[in-house]
Design a protein around this ligand. Sequence first.
Ligand code: SF4
Length: 302
Amino acid sequence: MGDQPESLIIRPPSEWRSLLVRITRGCNWNRCRFCGIYPAMGQADFSCRSLTEIRQDIDLLIQQHPGIETAFFGDADPLAAGVEVFVGAARYLRKVSDIRRLTCYARASTLHKMGLENIKRLADAGLNRVHLGLESGDPETLQFHRKGQSPKMVVAVAHWLQQAGIEISYYVLLGLGGRDRFRQHVTATAKIINQTEPEFVRLRRLWLYGKDTDAQCPLWEQVRDGSFIEQTPEGTVLELQLLMHLLEPLNTFFACDHANNYLNVSGLLKDDRKDMLREIEDFLARPEEQRQAHYKMIGSRI
Ligand code: SF4
């Protein structure tokens, strides 16, 4: 038994105070054109950890962080370790700690294969919320980027999660349709959000990292061959505006909670949608040079 737990490669910003438990290493899919993040950060392979290893890490983590209130399971798709391992880890964590919330990353395709009965078992074991990469509701955009999920699959999975009482936090990637497909990308994304009313929608913007390095975003290949044309910064803000226009007053918390976002609007759609829309419109009404200076000021990071 090591004296240090294994670390996650990435976690959602909202889990910065959580106990970070590694169930799997890397991503078992690793094909999304806009991502490639695990290989880029040194974790090219995928593997599942044993329940024994995970329990040992939980013991160490609890010793190091007594009194912690929330926990997060990673890496990219910890449910790929199988229901038995995941449920075993969740039950053990619940037994040896007083956490009030357990969340994880989850791929829609993995949840879809699992089915409603197994999703209910996850809820019984204490899983409260999943961070799910919706990215886009547009089937062509998803297919182009090899996301490995369809809008229909996401809708089915969202309903199962809701039946099981597990909260949903979607990630949406502005710019994913490129300049040619931004309207379809945003319109179809709004449709899925309206249809499924998740607890959270978190916005990100597409950023192609690592140009001309050994660890570069796979999408550079399509940018270079001309099959993908990157959205402009202003186009990204216009996408945000269109999305906000199309969203209904849902009981959904909307957040642009990443440093890459050009605008950081947030609020509950049913109460704050109009204010958020006004904030975006106020920004777009500023003089051109002010807007361009703002875009240049926003850093790009993973
Ligand atoms: S977006 Fe998620 S599923 Fe796709 S390659 Fe990246 S980590 Fe894996």
